[in-house]
Design a protein around this ligand. Sequence first.
Ligand SMILES: C[S@@+](CC[C@H](N)C(=O)[O-])C[C@H]1O[C@@H](n2cnc3c(N)ncnc32)[C@H](O)[C@@H]1O
Length: 183
Amino acid sequence: MFGRAGPLTVEVGFGKDEFLLELAAVRPDLDFLAIDYSVPRAMSYLRKIERRRLTNVRVLVEHAMLAVSLCLADASVREFFVLFSDPWPKARHAAHRLVAPWFAREAARALVPGGKVTLATDHEPYRDGILAVLEGEPRFRNVLGPGGSGPRPDGYPATIFERRWLGKGKVVWYMQFVREGGS
Ligand SMILES: C[S@@+](CC[C@H](N)C(=O)[O-])C[C@H]1O[C@@H](n2cnc3c(N)ncnc32)[C@H](O)[C@@H]1O
């Protein structure tokens, strides 16, 4: 797909944000895959890629479950980002949450050993849900220790949703998990 081989950086749910494009612009040596199931957002994202003249980004317009489970080879990803994915706060909608046990299992399969998943949310119950799901997958270790979350790690730009929530005086939490060795 990229005309070269190398571990991918993958963002799930890019929305209207340019987070991954900013990373891609400063790392032309790496390949980036952006996943979102919204066709209008993907169309506008493709225009941004063209405007920035980026040749190392591909867009996959697909439900995350299909994209992550079926389109990514084992040990092919160096980093996943899932930033401000919809929290689906009502209990009867919780099944729509992107960060669920299937995601932890498939992300652990697709990551290289030592690879990372970086996630963020402004919604406290979803934060706790994310921690429970990722810490329930034995191949992941929480970088900040069990139950740990914190501010955005250095070196990453703030997304549109982060700026929106901080502008409203809300707190945002980032979490990072490392894929330990072993299958
Ligand atoms: C709340 S927006 C966050 C956008 C961006 N990451 C940010 O922080 O500004 C969530 C995005 O994830 C996408 N999304 C939600 N569930 C998805 C799923 N199951 N598969 C693919 N994309 C999904 C939505 O279309 C939307 O664009």
